[in-house]
Design a protein around this ligand. Sequence first.
Ligand SMILES: C[S@@+](CC[C@H](N)C(=O)[O-])C[C@H]1O[C@@H](n2cnc3c(N)ncnc32)[C@H](O)[C@@H]1O
Length: 246
Amino acid sequence: MKAVSVNYDPIAREYSTHRRAYPGLVEHLAALVPEHGTAAEIGCGTANHLRGITERVDCTAVGLDPYAGMLEIARAAGSTATFVQGVADDLSPLGIAPGSADLIFSVDMVHYLDDPSGYAAQAWNYLKPGGYFCTATDSEWIIRNRQPMTTYFPGTVALELGRHHALERLQQAFGAVGFVAAEQRVFGEEGMLADASRFRDKANSVMHLLPEQEWRDGLARLEADLAHGPVPSNNRTCLLTVRKPS
Ligand SMILES: C[S@@+](CC[C@H](N)C(=O)[O-])C[C@H]1O[C@@H](n2cnc3c(N)ncnc32)[C@H](O)[C@@H]1O
């Protein structure tokens, strides 16, 4: 698999307008961090999830992302977290001691890595024994059943399958680094969508990979259907959790 990179700087504003934490995910992750513990989000973007953790737990929180535009919005949103620029293959910018983190996690980031093993090895180094390494990403089932994306922009299915690592492969790669006790759990919601602005603004990075005409055609069909009323919608992620043995 070849990771397809997207430049998030020019789309940071649209991203922060439309993207929110997955329902239930912040609460779940926050419960893995003890009071006065340490949590790091890799590819934190505008910090939807990390900020939510700092609102629930008094902890040291660090967000890392390659794009200054995303970090600027994360900082402006206000939280006790620290934000640093960097990439998943080198976690030294986190500024935390090796063996000190209770939780290292990512949400919708791991598909940007050609080989997630290097990232997993870095996380292993910075986690405490017993620490959690959590990866929220799209499973094949989530990609094939995403609405209204697959109905109006069917070309996104092949694009998403092409750039996402299969969960089984991630689990294997993390196991090879030494992580144990793998668990998978789906978070998210189903509902109805009344407004096409998220698709007009290309708030999902895959919309930037779709040929322009396909995007225009899909948007026109979506807007035409929305004129008659809301359409089915869902927003899901699968969390793969592994632990560094105690
Ligand atoms: C879809 S956004 C998710 C942002 C955030 N985690 C959230 O849930 O809203 C993907 C993020 O991954 C970041 N990213 C891309 N390549 C990365 C890499 N090699 N290392 C770390 N983060 C990366 C992007 O800058 C972007 O902020």
